[in-house]
Structures are given as structure tokens and as C-alpha cells.
Design a protein around this ligand. Structure first.
Ligand code: HEM
Length: 505
């Protein structure tokens, strides 16, 4: 659907005039604001039009594409105006790393766009800043580690979930089906086990609804009407997509509140079943020791749980689906994956330990993540301080997009950036090699908090499925016809498609 069509659907006709007046008002405000002036030279960029900025040059449904093109013209640090909003874009591996790692503090705040403010109210981890964010991030990381991120405990949980997933794939008896729903249930169950201490059945109606809503939320959050709302928040009441999105968020918050309440009712201080229990016990400890400014609040609990659920489900499931789709598209690579798996693992369960003896499989999993490029612009950052960067001045509070697309497809780093090529991660003797420009989880202060967990999940789900099934296009569809264009969304998933999972043994 084109932007114009989406806009027509989102805006009622009677509101056009009011919108124009509002836009003019916003323009005047933005001019007043930007005239405060910044010392030094700002990064270059296309000349902005009044009010619209560079909107006419941007594909709002796939902004990462336009931004990659603009970086060819304006260099690795450039300015682009999303309407009146000024954004500094960081492109290429060297630039993103130099900023996010070299100047981690300065580039390390989160930009909280209007829709994410509506959704989180400044609580939780993903869209929060300051002391509260720091405490929540630290607490989430240490709890994830306690619950086995990188340890055997969670490996067993993932292995158990693999069996459920395999069973569901088997039920399709080799006939074509869409892998999306099942992949999402499986990855969601891993994060649920960590957060709540238990998994859900794939036919549990509440669970099914929650996972489906997460998918809808992510899809809608990346849609053109929501981008427009982020640029012109004054349009809030006219953008129906926003209302729909917030309805889904509200319903998920309601379900999560119920789940948390059940855990509160059955809390035993001696046994920590998951993240929620640990949080509740920590909260009580802070209260008992008389801490007044307690960030371990009910709101922070609810929104952190929501963040882990939303950040941990769709991303990992999308990666897995890219993996299966790419295997169906490139059957010779699938042959090599399966040969190595048969030789090294055979029919027994795959362990994370096996990874070091599976260099080709490891290279394929990395290449899937590189090409999948599922979070193409990271999550927007905001300058925590004024900074001089590469001869440019970037003012405190400026929104910054670390363009991960430009890192994962960097022409100076990858031999064949636009081709699926596992050799990117292999030396001439077939050994696995790490690559510095492999940054799908971003880097620095805001780097993905679930990286360890996600990598374990992707490896174990992918290998367990490839051990059991041969993935092919549906009958009548050729490998060439399998579409690798990503769907529109805040994260890049494959477009809806069907595959056959044919049992191997
Ligand atoms: C393949 C799967 C995944 C990918 C590619 C991915 C990627 C990312 C990226 C690019 C960011 C933004 C970093 C930045 O702003 O610079 C991020 C943030 C985050 N991710 Fe992941 N992620 C994945 C899985 C997970 C999982 C499983 C969890 C849950 C445990 C998770 C939790 C988070 C959280 C909480 C943040 C926000 C961190 C902060 O703002 O401090 N992610 N992720």
C-alpha cells in the first residue's frame, strides 16, 4: 500500500483542513525551536523544505533504503529532516562503531518518539533513560544471566521447546504452511519461561492473542501513518493506526497484569521462578530497607516484562524464519548444513557446545543474521551531550539513527554485501571467522540486552529443525520465486510465505 493510500485510510476527509493549520503551527514552532542555533558545523545533508523537511525524498515505509542511498551522496555522518525533526544518521561500520563504542556515553541515550512514549510512559528498558533505565537494564541483565543466558538451564528449556516446535511442524506432514505463527510461539515461550517461570501451550487462547498482538504492534509501529504521527504528534487524534496500535498495547498490558498478579499471589520468598519473582522480591527488599525513590515499582515491572516480551519474540522468530526461507531458496547450502550436522551431531540432540565443531553451520547462522538485517536502523538513539564527531558538531538532544543496514551491507567490509554468502564467515580452510562488521545487535551502551539468549535460541532452533526437516518451496513455486523482500515493520521479517518441512528420517 502506498503512503498516500495509507494516509487516506488513516485520516478522515474532514480533518485535512485542520491538519494543514496544525502543520503550519508546528512549522512555526519548529522554526522558533531550531533558531536557537548550534555552534560549529553540522553534518551535511539534503536541503530541507519548510515544514516537510526531506519527507518527499524519504520512503517512510522503508526509510533505511533511502538513508543508505543518501549516505552515498553525503558521507557517513549526515543530517536528514523528518519533517521539522532533525536526525543525524551514522552510516558504515567504522562510523557506527566509533560513535556507539568510542563515544558510548555521548551517543547512548534513547530517543523516545511519541508512539513509544505513548506505549511505555518512560518506564521499562527499551524506551527509558536516566537512572531508572540504568537500574532496570542492570537488573534485567543480571536476572537473565541467573536464569541461564549462556548456561545449561536455558539450553534445556530451548531444547524442550524445539521438541514442541518439531512436533507442530510434523503435523503438517510435508504440506506447505506459514512458519510465522509457530516460530513466534516457540521464541515467545523461551522469554515467557524466563520472565514468568513457565511456558504456554500453543493453543492457550490468551497466549495466542498476546503473541499475535505483539506481531501487530511491531508491524504497525513501522507503518507510514505511525511515522507521520512521530513527526507531527499534533495529528494524534486523526491517525487511526495509532488508536489501533495502542488498543493492542493496552490489551497486552492487561493480560500481563493478570499474569503478574497470579505470580504475586503465589510468591514464595524462598523460590524465584523467574524475572517477575526476582523483581517482586527485590522491590520488597528496597521497601524494607527504607529506600524512598524506589525504581522497583509496579509500573517498571509491567513495562520491563512487556519490553522483554516484545523485544525477545519477534526478533528471534524473524531471524529463524529468514534462516528457513534462505535454506529453501539455496538448497545447495542447505545440503552442506545438513551434511555437517549429520557428520558432527548425527541424530542426537544439538548442544551449544557443538557450535565450535560446526563451522559451516555457524557461518550460515551468522550470514542469515547479516542478510536478514532485522533491526535496520537499530532503535533510535539521542545525544546525551553536545559532541564533536568527525569534525561535526552534534547537539545534545539530537536524534541519531545508527544505520545498522549500512554496517551489515557495508561495501568496504563484505566481499559480496548483497548476496547470501556464508563464506563471509569462513577462512580458506573452512574455519569459522568472526567479522567486526557483524553488528545485528548494535553496540555500545544500548546494545541488545538479549544477545546471548537470542544467539543461543537461533542456533538451537535452526539446527534442530534442519536436523529433522528438509525445507523446500511449496509445490509449483521455484526457489527463484521465493521472495526475499522484507515486510514493512519496525523490524524486518520475511513477507508472509509458505514452506514445506519434509521429514528427513
Ligand atoms: C535475533 C534477535 C535479536 C536481535 C537482532 C536484536 C537486536 C537488537 C537491537 C539492534 C537493539 C537496539 C540496540 C540499540 O539501540 O543500539 C536491541 C535492543 C534490545 N533488545 Fe534485542 N535483539 C534480539 C533479541 C532480543 C531478545 C531475545 C531480547 C530479550 C531478552 C532482547 C532484548 C532487548 C532489549 C531489552 C533492548 C533494549 C536495550 C536498551 O535500550 O538498553 N533482544 N536488540
Amino acid at each position: 500500500m502506498s503512503l498516500q493510500e495509507e494516509l487516506l485510510l488513516s485520516l478522515g476527509p474532514s480533518t485535512v483542513l485542520a491538519s494543514v493549520v496544525l502543520l503550519l503551527l508546528l512549522y512555526v514552532l519548529s522554526r522558533t525551536h531550531s533558531s536557537s542555533g548550534a555552534p560549529g558545523r553540522e553534518p551535511p545533508g539534503p536541503r530541507p523544505l519548510p515544514l516537510l523537511g526531506n519527507l518527499l525524498q524519504l520512503n517512510l515505509s522503508r526509510p533505511q533504503q533511502t538513508l543508505c542511498e543518501l549516505s552515498k551522496k553525503y558521507g557517513p555522518v549526515f543530517t536528514v529532516h523528518f519533517g521539522p525533526k532533525k536526525v543525524v544518521v551514522l552510516a558504515s561500520h567504522k562510523t557506527v562503531k566509533e560513535a556507539l563504542v568510542g563515544k558510548a556515553e555521548e551517543f547512548g541515550d534513547r530517543d523516545i518518539s511519541p508512539i513509544f512514549h505513548d506505549m511505555n510512559q518512560g518506564h521499562g528498558i527499551l524506551f527509558a533513560n536516566g537512572e531508572s533505565w540504568k537500574e532496570m537494564r542492570r537488573f534485567a541483565l543480571s536476572t537473565l544471566r541467573d536464569f541461564g543466558m549462556g548456561k545449561r538451564l536455558i539450553e534445556d528449556k530451548i531444547a524442550e521447546e524445539c521438541q514442541y516446535l518439531i512436533q507442530k511442524f510434523e503435523e503438517h506432514e510435508g504440506k506447505a504452511f506459514d512458519t510465522s505463527r509457530l516460530a513466534n510461539y516457540a521464541t515467545s515461550n523461551i522469554i515467557s519461561s524466563i520472565v514468568y517461570g513457565s511456558r504456554f501451550e500453543y493453543d492457550d487462547p490468551r497466549f495466542v492473542k498476546m503473541v499475535n498482538r505483539v506481531n501487530d504492534i511491531i508491524r504497525l509501529a513501522g507503518s507510514a501513518p505511525i511515522q507521520l504521527y512521530n513527526i507531527f504528534p499534533g495529528l494524534a487524534n486523526w491517525i487511526n493506526t495509532r488508536q489501533l496500535l495502542l488498543k493492542h498495547v493496552g490489551m497486552n498490558l492487561g493480560d500481563m497484569t493478570d499474569l503478574i498478579q497470579q505470580l504475586k499471589d503465589t510468591l514464595n520468598p524462598e523460590v524465584c521462578r523467574g524475572f517477575v519473582d526476582c523483581f517482586l522480591l527485590r522491590k520488597q527488599k528496597e521497601v524494607d530497607s527504607g529506600v524512598t525513590n524506589n525504581v522497583f515499582s509496579d509500573k517498571n515491572l509491567l513495562y520491563s516484562v512487556g519490553n522483554l516480551f516484545i523485544a525477545g519474540t519477534d526478533t528471534t522468530a524473524a531471524t529463524l524464519r529468514w534462516g528457513l526461507l534462505l535454506m529453501a531458496k539455496y538448497p545447495q547450502i542447505q545440503d552442506q548444513v545438513q551434511e555437517e550436522l549429520s557428520k558432527v551431531v548425527g541424530n542426537r540432540r544439538v548442544w551449544v557446545e557443538d557450535r565450535k565443531n560446526l563451522p559451516f553451520v555457524d557461518a550460515v547462522v551468522h550470514e542469515v543474521q547479516r542478510v536478514g538485517n532485522i533491526v535496520p536502523m537499530a532503535i533510535p538513539h539521542k545525544m546525551a551531550r553536545d559532541v564533536e564527531f568527525r569534525g561535526y558538531f552534534i547537539k545534545k538532544g539530537t536524534t541519531v539513527f545508527p544505520l545498522l543496514s549500512s554496517v551489515l551491507y557495508d561495501e568496504n567490509e563484505w566481499e559480496t554485501p548483497h548476496t547470501f554468502n556464508p563464506s563471509h564467515f569462513l577462512d580458506k580452510d573452512g574455519n569459522f571467522v568472526r567479522r567486526d562488521a557483524f553488528l545485528p545487535f548494535s553496540a555500545g551502551r544500548r546494545t541488545c540486552l538479549g544477545e546471548g539468549l537470542a544467539r543461543m535460541e537461533v542456533f538451537l532452533f535452526f539446527t534442530s529443525l534442519l536436523q529433522r526437516f528438509r525445507f523446500t518451496p511449496p509445490p509449483g513455486v521455484t526457489e527463484d520465486e521465493l521472495d526475499l523482500t522484507p515486510a514493512v515493520g519496525f523490524t524486518l521479517s520475511p513477507v508472509p510465505h509458505q514452506l514445506c518441512a519434509i521429514a528427513r528420517h
